[in-house]
Write a protein that binds this ligand. Structure first.
Ligand SMILES: *Cc1c(COP(=O)(O)O)cnc(C)c1O
Length: 485
């Protein structure tokens, strides 16, 4: 193949400067940083050079529009891609309601309003409007947390890992903490209880076996060096079969006998008995307070359905010591989180309101019947939009709570299923992930499953438009880019 024909095309490629002078790019230049525009133009030229180098025939190259206006148009599209946020909303079609990689809890409308109001303005974050004196940022939620849980005092930090760390560092640094071996958990790869304990300066006194611990195991491990009895919620797994664990109340009794505080890391704090709505029973924060547990830690963005935060509730004597620890400063919660948390907690003052308005609670407690109705409608509409390009179906696989909450809880659910002949399910999942907005799905055998349990009803039409739009685009691509009617 003579190389000469390619030289001609390399020569007609316009210079960067020429493309930059195209009207469309001069216009965006008023809004977008010049460096970004130059980079986009250079990328386009590099792509064209590659196309020319790889071309196998002159005819193929003649089909390319190498005018500077056309290349400016392509650069403009690239600029568009580069200027949308990296961090952006996605549709969670995985069926895992509390998905840590997808940001756990979407917030309630009231929480969003509170964030917006506080973020756009100055606030009384650390000022008492009553006395005019300096106050604590924690005051805004402490009373509410105490009222909802029955605890004497409360503190909020950046996240639950921070809450556990701070409590251990305050109460058990240089001392021993007794904990059952079956509860030395690792959550999400980044929270390893043994490591958090080690870095807090507390030594672990491990008792029991993986599947069984008895009260006498705790009792026998107590020494003059014991600072705390710790119970940890085994959030993301469940030991099955012959198991035994000591109940919170019994541990409290033992702690009282020896004058040692008892702490429970609940992981995912619930304030509502979700077993009334078809989920497995989980002890509520207020149940542990009532059982006499001295300190309870839990996340703001798991079953509570609020912003990322670590909440500590319990006895005033211990919370006040924790508040004085210098480490509360590096772990401190910011005003936007506090605004969202306060608004979320206020919804809990009326249980029905919480269940309706807190998105994770609404998704988790939605009756399976409602999902069945939605999936039928969506399947019919999708089929109507995409014709025969892909096979649309429905399935009734189980969904999961996720987020290290209710480990074996499987929720009845419904999925839209997609199978596109000639395209692997993995490839289709990848294209959906790159759609706008991205749709995150799961793959089962040769099908893509779009689970409605983790999608708010309000997003159904967005889901439909996004999936249909992508499949139509893929259909066009498979027809050689010719748009078919
Ligand atoms: C999730 C979890 C944590 C970590 O909480 P974050 O809010 O993610 O820091 C700690 N302990 C338990 C038992 C958990 O389930």
């Amino acid at each position: 193949m003579p190389l000469d024909f390619k030289q001609r095309f390399f020569r007609v490629l316009p210079a960067v400067d020429k493309i930059l002078r195209e009207k469309t790019l001069l216009e965006v230049g008023e809004k977008v940083h010049r460096g970004l525009i130059v980079e986009a133009v250079q990328d386009v030229i590099a792509e064209k050079r590659l196309n020319i180098r790889r071309a196998s025939s002159e005819k193929e190259l003649e089909l390319m529009d190498l005018s500077s206006a056309a290349l400016a148009g392509e650069a403009l599209r690239k600029i568009g891609e580069k200027t949308i946020s990296n961090l952006r909303p996605v549709i969670n079609a995985t069926g895992v309601v509390l998905h840590t990689n997808l940001g756990r809890s979407p917030l309630a409308g009231a929480a969003l309003d509170a964030i917006k109001a506080v973020a756009a303005s100055y606030s009384n974050l650390e000022l008492s409007l009553e006395s005019g004196r300096r106050s604590s940022r924690y005051d805004h939620v402490e009373e509410l947390l105490c009222r909802l849980t029955g605890a004497e005092a409360a503190l909020v930090v950046n996240n639950n890992a921070g809450a556990v760390f701070l409590a251990l560092n305050t109460l058990a640094r240089g001392k021993e903490v007794i904990v059952s071996r079956g509860e030395l958990v690792e959550i999400g790869g980044s929270f390893r209880l043994p490591e958090v304990m080690a870095s807090s300066g507390a030594a672990i006194a491990e008792i029991g076996t993986t599947n069984r611990s008895y009260l006498k195991d705790y009792r026998e491990a107590i020494t003059e060096n014991t600072a705390l009895l710790l119970k940890v919620h085994t959030s993301n797994y469940k030991v099955m079969g012959f198991t035994a664990a000591v109940r919170s109340g019994s541990l409290v009794g033992l702690g009282r006998e020896y004058g040692i505080p008892v702490m429970e890391d609940l992981g995912s704090g619930v304030l509502i008995d979700l077993s009334r709505y078809g989920l497995p029973y989980e002890p509520r924060v207020q149940d542990l307070v009532a059982a006499g547990v001295d300190l309870i830690t839990f996340s703001g963005d798991k079953l509570l359905g609020g912003p990322q935060a670590g909440i500590i509730v319990g006895k005033e004597v211990f919370i006040s010591r924790i508040k004085k620890n210098q480490l509360t400063r590096p772990l401190r919660v910011d005003k936007l989180t506090l605004a969202a948390l306060e608004a979320t907690l206020r919804l809990y003052q009326d249980e029905n309101k919480a269940l309706q308005e807190i998105p994770v609670l609404r998704m988790l407690t939605l009756p399976a019947e409602a999902l069945k109705v939605r999936v039928k409608i969506l399947a019919a509409e999708l089929e109507g939009k995409i014709g025969s390009f892909c096979l649309v179906g429905t399935s009734q696989e189980k969904a999961r709570v996720g987020g290290g909450s209710l480990p074996q809880a499987l929720l009845p659910s419904c999925q839209l299923t997609l199978r596109c002949p000639g395209i692997s399910a993995g490839k289709l999942a990848e294209r959906l992930r790159q759609a706008s907005p991205p749709v995150i799905v799961r793959v089962k055998k040769d099908r893509v499953l779009i689970d409605l349990r983790s999608i708010s009803e309000e997003d159904d039409s967005l889901l439909l438009d996004t999936v249909a739009g992508l499949l139509q685009e893929m259909d066009n691509e498979s027809n050689g880019g010719v748009v078919q009617k």
